[in-house]
Design a protein. Structure first.
Length: 176
């Protein structure tokens, strides 16, 4: 199976390979640069899901399946900051889009404030806080916030696996 990921982020490529190798016997995964068509820091369900879908559709070329992954901040009442970070995955086979989402988590209030008031990206702020450049292409903020109990690859695997559920059960979901 030939798979294209709508990103060159090594974490997204590795997570895709990890999940799909559990499902298919032979998988070739390649990352391709695409324009997600949403702001670099998506805020809200619409922007985040649209970014994942755009990445999957725009990566679909000379492959059997494409994957788009987008992280975004979604409003969440009763949280400390009002926002939860969720990673959405879209899969596309040329006909059908399927979606899945990762476990969500809350960034520290300082991060959300800088995003909303300063127009900065979460990744840039977390790079500064942790002192690790391009953190999102490595262990991710989640690794630091969970004290090493979950890393970004594992978190990304969650949304990919959830998006694959209809493909694992095509008869139940009536997809081809």
């Amino acid at each position: 199976m030939k798979v294209k990921v709508g990103s060159q982020n090594p974490v997204k490529i590795k997570a895709t390979k990890n999940v799909l190798e559990k499902i298919y016997t032979k998988v070739q995964v390649e990352g391709v640069k695409v324009d997600p068509g949403v702001p670099s820091q998506p805020i809200g369900l619409e922007q985040t899901i649209k970014g994942a879908i755009n990445r999957a559709r725009r990566a679909y070329q000379d492959c059997d399946l494409s994957i788009g992954i987008e992280s975004g901040l979604l409003e969440a009442p009763y949280t400390l900051t009002g926002y939860i970070d969720l990673q959405w995955c879209a899969t596309y086979n040329g006909k059908t889009i399927t979606l899945g989402v990762s476990a969500g988590f809350e960034y520290p209030p300082k991060v959300i404030k800088e995003v909303l008031e300063g127009g900065k990206e979460v990744g840039d702020i977390m790079d500064k806080i942790t002192g690790i450049q391009n953190l999102g292409e490595k262990t991710g903020a989640i690794y630091h916030l969970t004290k090493g109990l979950l890393d970004r690859t594992e978190n990304t695997e969650q949304c990919i696996l959830m998006a694959m559920i209809p493909r694992l059960n095509p008869k139940l979901y009536k997809i081809g």
